[in-house]
Write a new protein. Structure first.
Lengths: 176, 167
């Protein structure tokens, strides 16, 4: 009597619970991410190193933890910045800083540790300096290798789709 | 409950959690080191001191940098990035920091060093304020760990002065 399966019988309650579980997982992940954004004061509190311009300190595939506060930006700090018009963040070190007395605005020049020349050719147009509003955050911590998965997923999107497909399959089929 | 999938999942989760914990502990151990460092920078020569076509002063120096940073190295240290910056103020700018030379110390054996060099990066002012300017030379270091938090500190050396006239 209790387990008679009818044709076309959709088990509503277990399916809803499944969906709810999935929703909870996605929501908690989002909450953690947004929470990190608030705590660190950065739009992207974690970035993946994409190039070898900071070797041997940071290699491609390492991840950096960022933090941003009102403290003035000083020479030697490793900053992540976006150039006007491009949205690939660059992680380099500040080698020159000029802080204006009246406005408190700061002119910054950066350079990758492993590069021969400074970043002036990377800045857009005839721009000679970076300012505070270009800086997304300062690097304060580091983990090696962890970001390589993100690089693979960006450069070979098929891996991303495969991974999502497999995960979705596992969620749907893991009822017991 | 005892399928391969569940077991693999449990092992993987535990493994990743343990790895993350070890990285955190490794970084934590760095906070217990109390370093004693020493540094000295001598300006051997002012090679030239000119005003450029765009109105900015530029000076070329030959420096002698010697330092002992070996107490900074722990088992969690990958490398120490060290640089010497000239720091001064001008009527327009409250602070100017210009990096003159930097280097990477890959291990404790190289941490006690002595280098004789001209400035690696151009010492250019924003404007023409360098004549007779008093400035500090600060040796900064950034400890880059194998995993975890990065630390930075510096030694400020005062008492340097640029010539009154161009040469």
């Amino acid at each position: 009597m209790d387990r008679i399966k009818f044709l076309g019988d959709v088990k509503i309650r277990p399916t809803l619970i499944q969906l709810l579980n999935l929703g909870m997982i996605i929501c908690s992940a989002l909450m953690i991410w947004k929470g990190l954004m608030c705590i660190t004061g950065c739009e992207s509190p974690v970035v993946v190193v994409l190039t070898g311009s900071m070797e041997p300190g940071f290699k491609r595939g390492d991840i950096l933890f960022l933090h941003m506060n009102k403290e003035p930006i000083r020479a030697g700090e490793i900053v992540v910045y976006n150039v006007d018009g491009r949205d690939i963040p660059i992680v380099h070190r500040v080698i020159k800083a000029h802080e204006r007395r009246d406005t408190g605005e700061i002119d910054i020049l950066t350079k990758g540790d492993n590069n021969q020349v400074d970043d002036i050719t990377l800045y857009s147009g005839g721009q000679l300096w970076l300012n505070r509003h270009h800086i997304i955050g300062r690097a304060i911590g580091y983990l090696p290798y962890v970001g390589y998965l993100t690089i693979i997923m960006t450069e070979m999107p098929i891996v991303k789709y495969l991974l999502i497909g497999v995960l979705a399959l596992l969620v749907i089929t893991s009822e017991e | 409950m005892h399928s391969f999938g569940y077991r693999a999942n449990a092992v993987l989760t535990f493994g990743v959690t343990m790895l993350a914990l070890m990285c955190f502990l490794a970084s934590l151990s760095d906070t217990f080191t109390v370093p004693t460092t020493s540094a000295e920078v001598k300006i051997l020569n002012i090679n030239w001191f000119q005003k450029q076509a765009n109105g900015n002063d530029e000076v070329s120096l030959t420096l002698n940098v010697s330092a002992d940073l070996s107490t900074l190295f722990t088992w969690n240290t990958k490398q120490v990035f060290v640089f010497v910056a000239a720091e001064y103020e001008t009527p327009q700018n409250a602070l100017n920091q210009v990096s003159l030379w930097d280097g990477i110390i890959p291990s404790k054996e190289h941490a006690k060093f002595w280098i004789h060099t001209t400035n690696k990066y151009r010492f250019v002012d924003q404007g023409s304020n360098l004549k007779g300017k008093d400035f500090n030379l600060t040796l900064h270091w950034h400890i880059m760990p194998k995993t975890g938090k990065m630390f930075a500190d510096k030694i400020v050396m005062t008492g340097y002065r640029l010539p009154e006239e161009y040469r």
